[in-house]
Design a protein around this ligand. Structure first.
Ligand SMILES: Nc1ncnc2c1ncn2[C@@H]1O[C@H](COP(=O)(O)OP(=O)(O)OP(=O)(O)O)[C@@H](O)[C@H]1O
Ligand SMILES: [Mg+2]
Length: 403
């Protein structure tokens, strides 16, 4: 009774088989399926895993029916699966019933339980950043950097992680836009991502477009009159000077921002990044449905929390994770599984998940009058709908509760 197992599935099953925690049944099932995939006779498998032939046949039938799902769900000890609602389980089952390559999802992503296999110390030993080292190193490199903000009215916020290209700048621009133009907060953005300065660059392009178009000029005048304030300030800076630049901006601005967003570079290794992050009131770390992205975000979050927040070295009051670039094909249950694991690590995850959508790349342009990613105009209602940005901004606004 041979069963088909793809190389991707084999890799995950081998890891499941090796797990040293209390998921005995997962280990046994994984082992049995691996043997069966190599043509080992059912009676021999039964002997090796000390289960009846009937049970082995059931496991193999389960594998044919719902593949990885049959290994992961439906038995004692698998609390993740037990926590899923019936509908979520059905969703998960449908996706898991296909080999990963067919479901369009990286096999690594299915290997959820392995996240908690390795003790923290082991997992984070190889991390490519060392938070405490970075702080002292960066302290030495900068005499100007502020060490502790106290008694401030404004809230410092950064979207940060050690992964590049995950949408930090986009989310910063969109959340800042919504909170400033729709929600009525006064925001400012310190663009620390030198030399790209993507938000500052976007602002310059938009100012150029407005300068050269009567239509946009009229639109801008009308908008500023309506909200009774100007566009929010965007300051080009870098991680090393960000806090000084923010302080200068706060001293100079007539309308005092109540939320200051810091758009951080794609890597934590750049000078001053960890130090600047340690002065944030709130940090939101984006992650996408990719095992490596999740692992690297968790590494960052746990290290930052354990080395800087709990030791009082960081001013940070809250560190939240959130999902972005969420593909419709990746079913909710899978994210829930991950969130269970992340919750066990004591890290909060925002309930709003930002979708993967072309809208997020839509800047102001002459050809298209509808606006999404802008530092000046509010997003078009039709584009805002379904983008998750309203819900996302409302959620972070509730968390940071600016005065
Ligand atoms: N939710 C989304 N759906 C689809 N595309 C997105 C989404 N968010 C961001 N993008 C796109 O992904 C790309 C990277 O986004 P962005 O520059 O904001 O990432 P970043 O994390 O700031 O990158 P870096 O680390 O280089 O600063 C951009 O082309 C952006 O338009
Ligand atoms: Mg960026």
């Amino acid at each position: 009774m041979q069963v088909g197992v793809t190389p991707e599935e084999t890799a995950v099953l081998i890891r499941w088989k090796k797990r040293a925690d209390n998921y005995v049944l997962v280990r046994m099932k994984a082992e049995a399926i691996l043997y069966a995939s190599r043509g080992v006779d059912v009676s021999i498998i039964a002997e090796m895993v000390e289960r009846s032939v009937k049970t082995i046949r059931e496991w193999l039938a389960g594998w044919r029916d719902s593949r990885m799902c049959s290994v992961l769900t439906g038995h004692a000890g698998n609390q993740n699966a037990a926590k899923l609602t019936r509908a979520q389980k059905e969703d998960l089952k449908a996706v898991l019933a296909q080999p990963p390559s067919q479901s369009g999802i990286d096999a690594e992503f299915w290997d959820v339980p392995a996240i908690r296999d390795e003790p923290d110390s082991q997992r984070f030993a190889d991390a490519d950043i060392h938070v405490t080292d970075s702080v002292s190193e960066q302290e030495n490199n900068s005499s100007t950097i502020k060490t502790n903000r106290t008694m401030s009215n404004e809230t410092f916020v950064a979207f940060a992680t050690q992964k590049g290209g995950i949408g930090k700048s986009t989310v910063t621009a969109l959340a800042a836009n919504y909170l400033h133009n729709v929600k009525g907060h006064n925001v400012a953005v310190i663009d620390c991502d030198t030399p790209q300065h993507s938000i500052h660059g976007l602002r310059e392009r938009e100012t150029g477009l407005i300068g050269g178009s009567l239509y946009f000029k009229a639109l801008a005048c009308d908008h500023f009159r309506k909200i009774r304030k100007n566009a929010y300030p965007v300051i080009a800076s870098d991680a090393l000077n960000a806090l000084d630049d923010a302080e200068r901006m706060l001293a100079e601005e007539e309308v005092k921002p109540d939320i200051v967003f810091f758009d951080m570079p794609g890597t934590l290794k750049s000078n001053g990044v960890v130090k600047t992050l340690s002065q944030m009131d709130y940090i939101f770390a984006p992650m996408s449905a990719d095992r490596f992205v999740v692992e690297s975000t968790l590494q960052f979050a746990v290290m930052f929390r354990d080395n800087l927040m709990t030791t009082g070295q960081a001013k940070t009051k809250g560190l939240y994770l959130f999902w972005t670039m969420v593909d419709g094909r990746e079913k909710n249950g899978l994210y829930d599984l991950y969130e269970d694991v992340i919750a066990e690590m004591g890290l909060p995850v925002l309930s709003t998940r930002l979708p993967d959508s072309k809208k997020f790349r839509r800047d102001l342009s002459e050809e298209r009058k509808s606006v999404f990613r802008s530092t000046i105009f509010p997003m078009d209602a039709s584009l805002l709908k379904g983008s998750g940005i309203r819900e996302f901004s409302e959620e972070i606004s509730r968390i940071i509760r600016p005065q």
